[in-house]
Ligand binder design. Structure first.
Ligand code: GLU
Length: 528
């Protein structure tokens, strides 16, 4: 850079004009037929992936897939002081977990790589040199102390701090003199007065007169790292990005980006800014809320499908507001022209309900059910370890039976680990005095019950059990059906609440039911 600056000093810094300006492409709502769609998700690895990021990634993913395009992950790590360890891995891991893997990324590679900005410094230097050459950029020698003073003064006067463009009009001699002292100055972009207007695909015609509100921005720092604005424009250009779908917080920066495109003589992509994703009460999603990180949802047993569904459900981009959409359905039904400018309010209290729907759908899918069984097996092992009544409860057939019986009632597999379901994994300690029925009656009921369970060829379904239990209690004098049920519920689970008794019996199976009954009977005479 220093060599280039010296060479430029021999010419009038403003004399080399690129000679052509580029206006914003006439935006049509959606890609031109036949044009290749390439979109990118460009997070900074300054934190783990959260719901706001997932939403931006998801809209990019569905837009790409809808138009047979490519979805690219680019990590914007130019502010090295803010990097968070493991964030880069987490972002890519979580996109994979969510089922929206990038086609090109740091991990997967691809034709436009590298996909990490810190590995593309030469490209930014090249663009900065081109801007210096054309006079669209200039070196800035202002010290951090001077910039800090400017800032403080502005704040004291209740003004927005902005650079006063002091180095904009340095003479060649001044530049030469300063370069001798400071060979690595920052490079600033000379903001033109008239920022191009552009048609945002969501917000419509937009223009921000950046030059009247901002000082000339630094595009390349003295350490050779670019700032966001330059890096983003250079990468979107070199990566052939056709559409930029990003958060609306970047809408005001877009005019600046268009000025950069114009100065570099490049065709800009189309822009679609996505309205903010807010909490239900309208507050901003904050990184301090631990329940916005994808890792948290994954660990808590929420399904990626439910997250994708709730995130699109609270936003716009679809003709109808419906729950339970799968990713292929989201892709088919998505319509960019239906994205409105209203913020999307996310009601996480509804997430369990979304999860329940998606869990039920997975349970009913025979190819996906074995994964749920395996997951439940791991969860049970982790939660109960050596408290397990015996290894039979880890039998996939047993676990599958439980999942099938409880589908639609539970939101997450983790729910099955709550105390109300502990009877599924451990035998309860129940004494016959807790059964609420006279001891002699207990003997009669139990005798009949054991007779029923011992009947050969009995197919223990809920209907059969219900019918038999009705018959059984009808034959008992002055013992109500409800008392028989209570006795059974207590015997089997040690609790007064839970799923229907018939379901408990079917899930446990006749052998285990018999054993639990015998256990209560043998508690006769013991103290509770
Ligand atoms: N690195 C920026 C962010 O994390 C990306 C903005 C953009 O998509 O242009 O929000």
């Amino acid at each position: 850079m220093a060599a280039l600056l010296k060479r430029l000093l021999r010419a009038d810094p403003r004399a080399v004009a690129l000679g052509h300006s580029v206006g914003c492409r006439e935006a049509s709502l959606g890609p031109d037929p036949g044009a290749t769609v390439r979109v990118r998700f460009a997070p900074s690895p300054t934190g783990f992936l959260h719901l706001g990021g997932l939403r931006t990634a998801l809209y990019n993913y569905i837009f790409a897939k809808k138009h047979q395009g490519s979805f690219i992950l680019r990590l914007e790590d130019t502010d090295q002081s803010r990097l968070v360890p493991r964030a880069a891995e987490n972002i890519e891991d979580m996109l994979e977990w969510a089922g929206i893997p990038p086609d090109e990324s740091p991990r997967r590679g691809g034709p436009a790589g590298p996909y990490i900005q810190s590995q593309r410094l030469a490209l930014y230097a090249q663009a900065s040199d081109a801007l210096l050459k054309s006079g669209a950029a200039y070196p800035c020698f202002c010290s951090p102390q001077r910039l800090e003073l400017l800032k403080k003064e502005a704040l004291r006067n209740r003004q927005t701090p902005r650079y006063d463009n002091r180095c904009r009009n340095l003479s060649q001699a001044q530049v030469a003199q300063k370069l001798a002292m400071d060979p690595k100055p920052a490079i600033r972009f000379r903001l033109e007065e008239a920022a191009p207007a552009f048609q945002d695909l969501v917000y419509g015609w937009t223009q921000h007169e950046v030059a009247s509100v901002e000082g000339d921005p630094v595009i390349l720092k003295s350490d050779g790292f670019p700032t966001y604005h330059l890096a983003c424009v250079v990468d979107d250009h070199h990566m052939n990005i056709s559409h930029v779908l990003r958060g609306s917080e970047w809408l005001v920066s877009t005019s600046k980006h268009l000025l950069l495109y114009q100065a570099l003589g490049w065709q800009p992509p189309q822009f679609a800014h996505l309205p903010l994703l807010l909490n239900r009460d309208g507050s901003k999603l904050s990184k301090r809320q631990k329940d916005i990180f994808l890792e948290h949802f994954a660990a808590a047993g929420f399904l990626p499908e439910a997250l994708l569904d709730i995130i699109t459900n609270c936003g716009s981009g679809f003709a109808e507001n419906q729950m339970g959409r799968t990713l292929p359905e989201l892709i088919t039904q998505f319509d960019l022209t239906r994205i409105t400018c209203h913020s999307a309010l996310l009601d996480l209290e509804k997430l369990p309900e979304f999860n329940r729907l998606h869990l039920q759908r997975l349970v009913s899918n025979e190819t996906q059910r074995p994964q749920l069984v395996e997951k439940l097996q791991t969860l049970v092992k982790e939660a109960f370890g050596n408290q397990l009544q015996d290894k039979d409860v880890l039998d996939p057939a047993y676990l599958e039976r439980i999942i099938l019986l409880r589908q639609g009632h539970i939101s997450r597999l983790q729910d099955l680990l709550s105390p109300v379901y502990s009877y599924l994994w451990t035998r309860p300690a129940v004494h016959r005095s807790q059964l609420g029925i006279d001891s002699e009656k207990v003997d009669v009921i139990v005798k009949r019950l054991l007779g029923l369970l011992g009947r050969s060829g009995l197919n223990l379904t809920q209907d059969v059990v219900n019918r038999e239990l009705k018959k059984l209690s009808e034959g008992l004098e002055d013992t109500k059906y409800s008392s028989v049920m209570k006795l059974l519920r207590m015997t089997l689970s040690g609790q007064l609440q839970g799923p229907p008794v018939a379901e408990m019996m079917v899930s446990l199976g006749p052998k285990e039911v018999q054993e639990r009954i015998q256990k209560v009977l043998s508690s006769q005479g013991e103290n509770t």
